[in-house]
Design a protein around this ligand. Structure first.
Ligand SMILES: Cc1cc2nc3c(=O)[nH]c(=O)nc-3n(C[C@H](O)[C@H](O)[C@H](O)COP(=O)(O)O)c2cc1C
Length: 331
């Protein structure tokens, strides 16, 4: 499949493995995805500086295809992490949770392509104005940090595609298979980012108990916790029940903040405490029931796109429309 994304970034397929703290904070997952023709992403979020440098070097050794590094700009020592990305020469930066002005000039002059994660049309236009190469729009279904206003992927991606038709747009949140990918391309995206789906792979660096929770979850088994604190979507457990009870019971913000801080992604992802940790995952957990290798999964997603497109080709009337032209452009 060829899109503006594949042309601009030199990636064979319009498929991005989302940067996920812990899950993709290792070389193995992004290397497997990049080697299979997608864009693998190393997540710097929770990593110690030296571990990050080592993982980046290992990733460069493990693939000669493009890959990206995800840096949440709010993390402590973000500047040191950004320095290492420039020194070591990663081809693509994906920045989230902060504005692009912090890094854009330096990265562009170092020849590093920049992608920025956004949650609204306004943020998308601002990031594009600052000069990013592409934007990632993540909707309310997503695992991790969905947009605070919870607008769904279906609506958010369409709104951004309309607001910025010239931009290279990557869509995420709730996509778990080829039908989801083709749907996003039809909405106006040039590529798709999948998080929860890639967490349920052998290479993902989270505890086995975490992966079991993702496989067992149904589509209605996630909860949104921390509405005023930077909400996260996670699989329901004892912690989410305690938190939501506190919210419903009218506890004040300070009490809820204290409760929120007692739990963490690390507790679930590293220590395997899936009762008290934050099992960050999206609604698409309910569409996932196996644990393939990440390379095998990437190949399967590409094959599924073919099936989804041929299903559409059966709808002769619909395909006379602009949709047909759009999908033919992709093929
Ligand atoms: C466990 C987990 C950790 C995440 N960590 C990060 C992160 O460190 N940086 C980031 O920009 N996004 C992070 N995200 C969000 C993903 O990059 C992506 O936007 C989201 O997973 C897409 O939605 P999906 O899970 O429905 O596919 C995380 C998501 C999950 C599920």
């Amino acid at each position: 499949m060829n899109t503006r994304f594949t042309h601009h970034f030199g990636v064979a397929q319009p498929i991005v493995q989302a940067g996920m703290s812990w899950a993709s904070s290792n070389a193995a997952l992004p290397a497997a995805v990049s080697n299979a023709g997608g864009l693998g992403v190393l997540a710097a979020g929770p990593m110690f500086i030296d571990d990050f440098r080592q993982a980046l070097r290992a990733l460069k050794q493990a693939t000669d295809r493009p890959f990206a590094v995800n840096v949440p700009l709010y993390r402590p020592q973000a500047d040191e992490i950004l320095d290492i990305v420039v020194q070591e020469g990663a081809p693509i930066l994906i920045a989230s949770q902060g504005g692009p002005r912090k890094y854009i000039e330096r990265f562009k002059s170092a020849g590093i392509k920049c992608i920025h994660v956004v949650a609204s049309e306004q943020h998308a236009l601002k990031a594009l104005e600052a000069g990013v190469d592409a934007i990632i729009a993540v909707g309310g279904e997503a695992g991790g940090h969905p947009p605070p206003d919870q607008v769904s992927t279906l609506v958010l991606v369409r709104a951004i595609a309309r607001a910025a038709p010239g931009a290279i747009l990557i869509a995420g949140g709730g996509v778990a298979d080829g039908a989801g990918i083709v749907a996003m391309l039809a909405l106006g995206a040039d590529a798709v980012q999948l998080g929860t789906r890639y967490m349920a792979t052998r290479e993902a660096g989270v505890h086995a108990a975490y992966k079991e929770k993702v496989l067992a979850a149904g589509i209605a088994d996630t909860r949104l916790v921390g509405r005023e604190l930077g909400p996260i979507r996670m699989i329901a457990n004892d912690f989410s029940a305690r938190y939501l009870e506190s919210e419903a019971g009218g506890d004040d913000l300070a009490a809820r903040r204290a409760l929120f801080a007692q739990s963490s992604l690390k507790l679930a992802a590293l220590d395997g405490d899936v009762d008290n940790g934050k099992i960050e995952a999206g609604q698409s957990a309910g569409l996932i029931d196996d644990l393939p290798g990440a390379g095998e999964l990437t190949a399967r997603l590409i094959a599924e796109c073919g099936s989804a497109l041929s299903r559409l080709s059966e709808f002769d009337i619909a395909l006379e429309s602009g949709l047909k032209r759009r999908l033919q452009g992709v093929l």
